[in-house]
Design a protein around this ligand. Structure first.
Ligand SMILES: Nc1ncnc2c1ncn2[C@@H]1O[C@H](COP(=O)(O)OP(=O)(O)OP(=O)(O)O)[C@@H](O)[C@H]1O
Ligand SMILES: [Mg+2]
Length: 261
């Protein structure tokens, strides 16, 4: 059955979109079929793959759940690579956000809208969210079987992780969230083992280790300029520089996701 993975953090610029794209491609390389869903009005995931912005994700959230709406939304999915598809976004998602709030949609609304994609041959849906605690973001977290929280290794980012963990506790206690946190993904960490690691990064990683259960710390994604360069070419790192340490890290993450229950 399809597993839904949400990549989220209230904080901006922590590597959510980069991680969604690379996790999707790494899972595809392991033979899994993946649908990426762009739930950010900035549409960075859509643009990263060189796809035109579209109202597909807005329609998903604002149309009803009937057969006609389902086939319309399904027809807006864009094939990206072998085994990877995308439901693109546009700035119109801000309007969808307002509509969801005004119509008082429940916490399960994103999950309900995604159920039309659940199939035995679609292994993963990976959702990229915007950097806020908005109605769509909260519902996208609730929709997740597994939540991944990317975070830079900096003091402020570590407090952002605390706020996300608090949100998941609230979702569990007040809304019976059926999913779980797969883990925190430290991103853009300078110096990986061999090179010197800045004191701030080391301290932040130590704080994460001290405050989280051991199994919640996911592989550390190193800071690599190639991740920015490949985005400019609408490529993933696997196409641009397959042996880059950051690419190896996302492959390792995909193996953890593949075996997660
Ligand atoms: N490991 C990394 N090393 C170097 N640059 C990175 C790394 N991960 C992401 N980046 C770059 O950092 C910037 C922010 O990354 P990204 O867009 O993935 O973050 P985000 O959390 O999705 O941001 P937003 O909150 O705006 O949606 C991008 O330019 C991206 O290419
Ligand atoms: Mg983003």
């Amino acid at each position: 059955m399809t597993q839904i993975i949400t990549i989220s953090n209230h904080k901006g610029g922590v590597g959510k979109t980069t991680s969604a794209a690379h996790l999707a491609q790494a899972l595809a390389d392991l033979g899994r079929n993946v649908l990426l869903v762009d739930f950010d009005p900035q549409a960075n995931l859509t643009v990263l793959f060189g796809v035109s912005r579209s109202d597909a994700a807005s329609y998903l959230l604002t149309l009803g759940l009937g057969a006609a709406e389902t086939s319309l939304v399904q027809s807006l999915v864009v094939p990206l690579r072998e085994r990877v598809q995308l439901l693109p976004a546009s700035a119109g998602l801000s309007g969808a956000q307002a509509q969801i709030n005004a119509s008082g949609r429940g916490i399960d609304w994103v999950r309900l809208t995604l159920e039309r994609f659940l199939r035995h041959d679609l292994h993963f849906i990976i959702i990229d969210t915007n950097p806020s605690a908005s109605g769509i973001q909260e519902r996208a977290v609730w929709a997740a079987d597994l939540l991944i929280i990317p975070s830079q290794a900096e003091a402020l980012s570590v407090s952002g992780v605390g706020s996300m963990m608090k949100m998941t506790r609230t979702l569990s206690e007040q809304h019976n969230w059926p999913g779980r946190v797969l883990g925190i993904l430290p991103t853009m960490v300078r110096g990986d083992g061999t090179a010197f690691m800045p004191r701030e990064h080391r301290a932040a990683l130590e704080e994460m280790r001290a405050s989280l259960r051991d199994d919640l710390l996911l592989p550390v994604v190193p800071d690599r300029a190639a991740l920015k360069e490949c985005a400019g070419k609408s490529q993933t790192l696997f196409e641009f520089d397959a042996e880059n340490p950051a690419a190896l890290c996302y492959r390792q993450l995909a193996k953890i996701v593949r075996s997660a229950k």
